[in-house]
Design a binder for this molecule. Structure first.
Ligand code: NDP
Length: 249
């Protein structure tokens, strides 16, 4: 199978740590030049430095995906330093769980903002370049939570919204050889998840519902991203790849 990622340039949002960092590394291992970008300067720089120390081509840039000006500057810098951009992974995102009666407006806005506005800002900044070079990949990190979880009206709405976004943008971009796909991870044992107050309950529930009897890890998601970014996936667009260990409910 030809992956064809050598010298492709990939921006992975929220890649200072967690799924984003492992995804950026997986793309780099396949030969892509990667842009590590996150809101936290320390994690951004630490991850970039680790990539460069391991011999990968990587730049680091602080960027809040909800800020259009920062996103445009990020894409301009990527093109200035790496000459092009080919792959965008819209990974930045977080939950702010609460029942709706207790959910403050800022938690609704923050979650919907980072996931949907972030994907809008980043996609809007890269797509003109993709169209011009007649090649591009947008990969959006959704969540199995798009099916709904109590306490996650904001997160479920945003993660379901990103699936509609994926289909619509895929329809717009197919004729430019640009594919747009989503990944819906199940329960992935990252810092974000381990910090949740009900972590133990979520973990045992996930293990009971998975058909593959283990928790997911960041590499499981990164492998899906690498495939969707590759030439091998050139005929797949508008899809949502569930990486859940076989869990659907
Ligand atoms: P992490 O919290 O480990 O990583 C998320 C990253 O996004 C952090 O580095 C965070 O920065 C960054 N970030 C937050 N806000 C912004 C912003 N406005 N602009 C740019 N970057 C930002 O989470 P995961 O790795 O677990 O999650 C990655 C993605 O996968 C998310 O979209 C999440 O919703 C999704 N997902 C995760 C699952 C899981 O089980 N872990 C399951 C399903 C989906 P900082 O470090 O400064 O906070």
């Amino acid at each position: 199978m030809k992956l064809g990622l050598k010298d492709k340039v990939a921006i992975v949002t929220g890649s200072g740590r967690g799924i984003g960092a492992v995804t950026a590394r997986a793309l780099a291992e396949e030969g892509a030049k990667v842009v590590i970008t996150d809101i936290d300067p320390e994690t951004t720089e630490a991850t970039r430095a680790a990539f460069v120390a391991d011999g990968y081509a990587a730049i680091g840039a602080v960027c809040d995906v909800t800020d259009e000006t920062q996103v445009n500057a990020l894409v301009a810098r990527t093109i200035e330093e790496f000459g092009a951009v080919h792959i965008l992974v819209n990974n930045a995102g977080f939950p702010r769980d609460n029942y709706i009666t207790k959910m403050p407006e800022q938690d609704w806005d923050a979650v919907v903002g980072v996931i949907l506005k972030g994907a809008y800002n980043c996609s809007r900044a890269v797509v003109p370049h993709f169209m011009e070079q007649n090649w591009g990949r947008v990969i959006n990190i959704s969540s199995r939570a798009y099916l709904g979880n109590p306490g996650q009206t904001n997160y479920a709405a945003a993660k379901a919204g990103i699936i509609g976004f994926t289909r619509a943008l895929g329809m717009e971009q197919g004729r430019f050889n640009v594919t747009v796909n989503a990944i819906a991870p199940g329960f992935i044992a990252t810092d974000m998840i381990e910090a949740l107050p009900n972590y133990d309950r979520i973990k045992s529930r996930a293990l009971a519902m998975n058909t593959v009897p283990r928790l997911g890890n960041e590499r499981d998601i990164a492998n899906g991203v690498v495939f969707l970014a590759s030439d091998a996936a050139e005929y797949i667009s508008g899809e949502t790849l569930h990486i859940t260990g076989g869990r659907y409910g």
